[in-house]
Structures are given as structure tokens and as C-alpha cells.
Ligand binder design. Structure first.
Ligand code: E4P
Length: 217
């Protein structure tokens, strides 16, 4: 499973990139607003660090303006994936940009039918939002399973990009289901390394290192 980092925080991207944990980056208008930076400028900087797909989201709601925004975002770098919302205007933009050879990430997906439409519109990625479904007592992971089944039934190339991930458990659950990509905040990716028995085991080994005076260098 590929890991995308769901942030525009350059330091966090660089830190995780150094561990080989960044296959791509996703942003959205809320993430860009949080960065306090110009969308073009910060996206360009991210693309200079990361080779994989970097999602940058349009902000218009109508097809013509969305397409113009998407074309402008796509010019930032070769690895831009233009992010469009799952509306009919977004799907129309997805089809037009995909036909031009631009990667498109269709976002705000909350149902299997929406994912089916995105695949037919030629989306490179579909972003089902797990956490926001869980927030309203629905089952986000079940949606990932349903989309996996549908895409496999028909051999759609659209990659399932599990989004709105809230916990390390979501990451392993998505990997078990077979999501192609999971995008998560840096803190969630870092939390994947945590295990109380690792900490306990290491403390025991270090006590014995000290007792026995073990030295390697
Ligand atoms: C990523 O593409 C999404 O925009 C993001 O994962 C949404 O996450 P949130 O529900 O935590 O805002």
C-alpha cells in the first residue's frame, strides 16, 4: 500500500520523506488555509520534495472555472493530481482533465455509487473519506471494501485512496482490505511504529546492556 501524507507542512513532509514513508501528498482547501501560504507556492515546494503524486484541489464549483483552475494547478509540476469534488461538475472536469493526460483525484466520496461514477469518468484516484463516515456512525471501512469489490469486478484502473484516516488501526485495516493508497496526517503515520511491548522489550535489553557492559563501537 502506498502512503500519502495528508498535510502541507513542509517540515513534516521532509521528515517522513527521509524515512521513505512518502509516496505522495494530499492537500485540500482546509489544509492549505492551515498552512497560511499561497496554494501555488506551497504546492510547488511540496512537488520539489516529493516525486509521487501531489494532490491540489480546485475551489470553483462550476465546470468551466474548475477546468481552468485544474489546468493552472496541473502546470505547477508533472506530478500534480488535480483534486475535484464528487459533483457532476467535478466529474465533468475529471473526464476533461483525464483526457488531457492529467492525473485526477476525485474527493469527498461517501458511497460506492459515487466511486463507480468517478472510475467511469477516468479518475486516477478516488478518495473515500473513512473518518467522516465513522463520525456519523456509518462504516467507513465497509465503503473501502465495497469499492474494492466493485473495481475488481470490472477491472477499473482507478486507485482507491483511503482518506480521512484518523488512527493507525485505519491504516492496517485499509491495507488488509487492499486499498491502493492511504493518506494520513503525519501523526497517524508516526503512531504506526508504536507498541508497548517494543518499548518494554527495549528497556529490558538496555538494562542488560548496562549490566553486562556490552559495547559494539
Ligand atoms: C484527503 O484527501 C482528505 O482531504 C482528508 O483526508 C480529509 O480528512 P479529514 O476528514 O480528517 O479532514
Amino acid at each position: 500500500m502506498k502512503f500519502f501524507v495528508d498535510t502541507a507542512d513542509i517540515d513534516q513532509i521532509k521528515e517522513l520523506h527521509a524515512y521513505g514513508m512518502v509516496d505522495g501528498v494530499t492537500t485540500n482547501p482546509s489544509i492549505i488555509a492551515k498552512s497560511g501560504r499561497d496554494i501555488i507556492e506551497v504546492t510547488k515546494e511540496i512537488c520539489s520534495i516529493v516525486d509521487g503524486p501531489v494532490s491540489a484541489e480546485v475551489v470553483a464549483l462550476d465546470f468551466e472555472t474548475m477546468l481552468a483552475e485544474g489546468r493552472k494547478l496541473a502546470k505547477i509540476a508533472d506530478n500534480i493530481a488535480v483534486k475535484v469534488p464528487l459533483t457532476w461538475a467535478g466529474l465533468q472536469t475529471c473526464k476533461a482533465l483525464s483526457d488531457e493526460g492529467t492525473m485526477v483525484n476525485v474527493t469527498l466520496c461517501f458511497s460506492a455509487n459515487q466511486a463507480l461514477l468517478a472510475a467511469k469518468a477516468g479518475a486516477t484516484f478516488i478518495s473515500p473519506f473513512i473518518g467522516r463516515l465513522d463520525d456519523i456512525n456509518l462504516d467507513g471501512l465497509e465503503l473501502i471494501e465495497d469499492i474494492r469489490t466493485i473495481y475488481d469486478n470490472y477491472g477499473y484502473d482507478t486507485q482507491i485512496l483511503a482518506a480521512s484516516i484518523r488512527s493507525a488501526n485505519h491504516m492496517s485495516d485499509c491495507a488488509k482490505i487492499g486499498a491502493d493508497v492511504a493518506t494520513a496526517p503525519p501523526a497517524v503515520i508516526k503512531a504506526m511504529a508504536n507498541h508497548i511491548l517494543t518499548d518494554k522489550g527495549l528497556a529490558g535489553f538496555m538494562a542488560d546492556v548496562e549490566k553486562a557492559g556490552i559495547k559494539i563501537l
